[in-house]
Design a protein around this ligand. Sequence first.
Ligand code: UT7
Length: 323
Amino acid sequence: MSLRSQVTGCGAYLPDRVITNSELAVRLDTSDEWIRKRTGIGERRVAAPGELTSDLAYYAAQRALASAGMSGSDLDLLVLATATPDNTFPATAAKVQARLGMVRGAAFDVQAVCAGFIFALSVADNALRLGQARTAVVIGAETFSRILDWDDRGTCVLFGDGAGALVLKAVSVASPGGRFVLSNHLHSDGRQYDILYVDGGPSSSRGAGFLRMHGREVFRHAVQHLSAVIDEALEANQLTAAEIDWLVPHQANSRIIDAMGRKLGLSPDKIVMTIEQHANTSAASIPLALEAAVDDGRIKPGHLVLMEALGGGLSWGASLVRW
Ligand code: UT7
């Protein structure tokens, strides 16, 4: 018998305010046509003034707990993936922990930018497998609108705010084939630090800074690394692409997602795409997409779900879950 992590709940939250491509085109040299064609994005959500990453994270976690039939006091681990914390410290997770009424265990942030949800899921899965915790919530929450240079058409059109969360429970497993997290594969290459970064932060400047990206370079690395990590995940589990029920990718660019779908030989109706409505919500994009596909009945218990993401660092990874 070994301990594994079973997904028992899923939830998401989006701020009310919608900004369409056409609205951006009123004050920037861009167009709905360019943004849709090059990225697949149609609109994005933006947090209201005073609405913080912790607020988004709290609502998503609360909904995930409700879907699991649990409350915050049942949790003994909270891992929050974010690159846009409320404050430099403490961890935004601590604020969410208090609001959820979770009074034992540990709560901390994980920072791997757009790959953050995969990294956080891996950290929580390891803790459950080792018996360090029995119930965990893994949250991806971001307010990238606060670190965008709204005059830079090359970046500000790409991102949105949002949050999503999964609840995990440790289960005793006697044999393979059950419903649990099968594997997580993580990678980083710090030599690429400068192709996607924020030009501020407590140790390097006074302000929070703005996101800067060499888009074409990131695109090239994304296709190469995501392709490799998908192979790694399938091989490690002795699975073939034909056995995957759903690809739930990080939503950075529909052209990257299409390339991964082609690589796997998956028909487009097996790929969960939310980029048109959400844009790139960094660490929140995968749990937001999971929630959408669970909510409308696409992802069902027993389905094999493959997730992959790449972001600043560079950092990237893949998780396979038997839902
Ligand atoms: O989530 C973290 C990981 N991030 C990613 O994976 C993002 C990866 N990169 C990308 O998705 C794409 O590189 C972008 C969507 C960021 C850019 O698409 P691209 O096809 O690589 O465009 P580009 O940067 O090569 O720019 C092509 C042209 C340029 O004009 P010139 O130099 O050819 O005259 C840009 O100035 O498009 C121009 N451009 C725009 N035009 C209209 C850039 N942004 C815009 C815009 N509207 N918003």
